[in-house]
Design a protein around this ligand. Structure first.
Ligand code: B4P
Length: 182
């Protein structure tokens, strides 16, 4: 079983849901940049205050801000990891590559969870987070298409990409992920 993973996919595809399950099962560090940013927002830190307005508009937080919250945790991790929602653009993927070579680690697989837009919108509206209203969700989908989808080719060309369909129940999707990672 691969131990150093990136979870990729549109907003609402279930990256966070699935990453948490796999991390528990395999005792991996689950590093969600969305969760870490929201924790900063709740704690009212400088970083959180900068991030909040950007997140509520559905834009991407700056690469340097995101990297600052990932770097230390990855450096300190003695076990395998799942990066959930990071990298989210090519620049972040390049920064991650530099960071990983400094600590002599590598990505073993990239799991792309894919789902139709209409199902994504439906799921996110029913979740109802601060950034989950329809206008912001549609904008997050545009940002995903423009900024994040180039990572699909980026990781495919490295032979790392494993695509899983994100429809169906949570357990069925988790089984699909187990299969592509075994
Ligand atoms: P994220 O927190 O990464 O959130 P997400 O993409 O919206 O959700 P995810 O795909 O994890 O879906 P989830 O499992 O929760 O990003 C939020 C914001 O943070 C971004 O817009 C950006 O501003 C910022 N950000 C984060 N990382 C960044 C980075 N690297 N660079 C710059 N900015 C960054 O599932 C969604 C819902 O569906 C849940 O309610 C869940 O319960 C439900 N669900 C899951 N699986 C289901 C299933 N099989 N069936 C039915 N419902 C399901």
């Amino acid at each position: 079983m691969k131990q150093r993973l990136v979870f990729l996919g549109p907003p609402g595809a279930g990256k966070g849901t699935q990453a948490e399950l796999i991390a528990q099962k395999k005792d991996l560090l689950h590093l969600s940049t969305g969760d870490l940013l929201r924790a900063e927002v709740t704690a009212g830190t400088d970083l959180g205050n900068k991030a909040a307005a950007i997140m509520n508009k559905g834009e991407l937080v700056s690469d340097s801000l995101v990297l600052s919250i990932v770097e230390q945790r990855l450096n300190d991790s003695a076990k395998g990891w799942i990066l959930d929602g990071f990298p989210r653009n090519v620049a972040q993927a390049e920064l991650l590559q530099i960071l990983l070579s400094e600590i002599d680690q590598n990505i073993e697989a990239v799991v792309l969870i894919d789902l139709k837009d209409e199902l994504l919108v439906e799921r996110l509206i029913s979740r109802g987070r601060a950034d989950d209203n329809e206008i912001v969700i549609r904008h997050r989908l545009e940002v995903y298409r423009e900024k994040t989808t180039p990572l699909v080719d980026h990781y495919m060309s490295q032979g790392l990409l494993k695509t899983v369909q994100g429809d169906g129940d949570i357990k069925a999707i988790s089984n699909r992920i187990d299969e592509v990672l075994s």
